[in-house]
Design a protein around this ligand. Structure first.
Ligand code: ZN
Length: 330
């Protein structure tokens, strides 16, 4: 077994993870055997890139069928359930497995947001179709349509991320917007079920700042779809409670490791890592944060009280006092 774990070890140039083997063991109820620890370690390295690559590949295959939306939704559900299963098998924080009685509220926000995103996609399709039908409208388009689709999708992601970055950053920095975004940050545990827990105004704000950038540049519908699909998968991974070791990927992507800092109650950690998928704009605008010498906080949330019920959370931003108190309580 010792030999097996030796072969599972990654090369020495791979960056040292935040966590040590001992800390992984602490988060599990049973002390794993040496070989179990080796497998857990191996899975923690491959789970993030492996699940994402598999989901994107299946989505790509689905797009070649007559039922791309159906296939995407099936992949999305299977993906979410797989993440949920691994949260039980390989949890990052044992305490985050405990019930916070927010599952119904989380799912209600998710459904409302899904509806809003679907409307946005339909509007995107309509606007895209109008631009194609009327060449004069498309004349401003500078989108490199001759590029391979994967390169266009990467460009689309970087462009959309610029809007998502600023929507998110402003939601933290402007008290009025923070009241909406606080609904997302009020969770005390991270797991796949609270991926879609955003006040619908917060979601609308993000769409408003990101999607028009793609229209203006004349991005085709396929790019919108790939950006949406990638965001959906990365979003679930970002919030997952799976032990992940993402190494150099942390420099480029919004990984669970980076997003756990973002949910810190300390503003100097929480007001960082605004990217939804990529760290590109955080790197450029100086808000990137990671500290490989320690583990992100297990105790997360906000200082102000958040109502427990879904409908009260919807009206909370309109009723709560100005969010200056957030910094005042720090
Ligand atoms: Zn945030």
């Amino acid at each position: 077994m010792k030999t097996l774990s030796k072969y599972l070890r990654l090369p020495v140039w791979w960056p040292k993870s935040v966590r040590t083997e001992g800390e992984v063991s602490k988060s599990s109820e049973m002390q794993p055997t040496h070989s179990a620890a080796g497998w857990r370690r191996a899975v923690s390295y491959v789970i993030w890139p492996g699940l994402l690559a598999t989901a994107l590949t299946l989505t790509g295959l689905g797009m070649q069928t007559d039922y791309p939306v159906l296939v995407f939704n099936a992949v999305y559900v299977a993906f979410a359930l797989t993440v949920g299963l691994f949260e039980r098998l390989l949890p990052h924080e044992q305490t985050w497995l405990e019930n916070d009685h927010q599952t119904l509220a989380n799912l209600s926000h998710t459904l409302l947001n899904k509806g809003l995103v679907q409307v946005a996609v339909v509007v995107s399709a309509a606007v895209g179709a109008a631009a194609v039908v009327d060449p004069s409208e498309a004349s401003y388009a500078i989108w490199p349509e001759s590029w391979p689709l994967w390169a266009q999708a990467v460009l689309g992601l970087a462009v959309a991320e610029f809007g998502l970055y600023w929507a998110h950053r402003l939601a933290h920095e402007i008290p009025f917007l923070w009241r909406f975004h606080a609904v997302h940050h009020s969770v005390t545990r991270l797991w796949f079920i609270n991926t879609g827990r955003f006040h619908f105004v917060d979601t609308f704000w993000s769409i408003l700042l990101s999607q028009p950038l793609l229209y203006v540049l004349g991005a085709p519908l396929d790019v919108f779809l790939w950006v949406s699909a990638t965001t959906a998968f990365i979003g679930i991974l970002t919030h997952c409670n799976i032990e992940t070791r993402t190494g150099y990927l942390d420099l480029v992507f919004n990984t669970p490791q980076l997003h756990r800092w973002h949910h810190s109650m300390k503003l100097e950690e929480g007001n960082r890592n605004y990217g939804e998928n990529l760290m590109l704009w955080d790197q450029l605008f100086g808000t990137y944060y990671d500290d490989p010498s320690r583990r992100p906080p297990a105790r997360i949330g906000i200082h102000e009280p958040m109502p427990a019920r879904f409908r009260d959370q919807l009206v909370y931003p309109f009723r709560s006092p100005p969010a200056e108190e957030r910094s005042a309580t720090e």
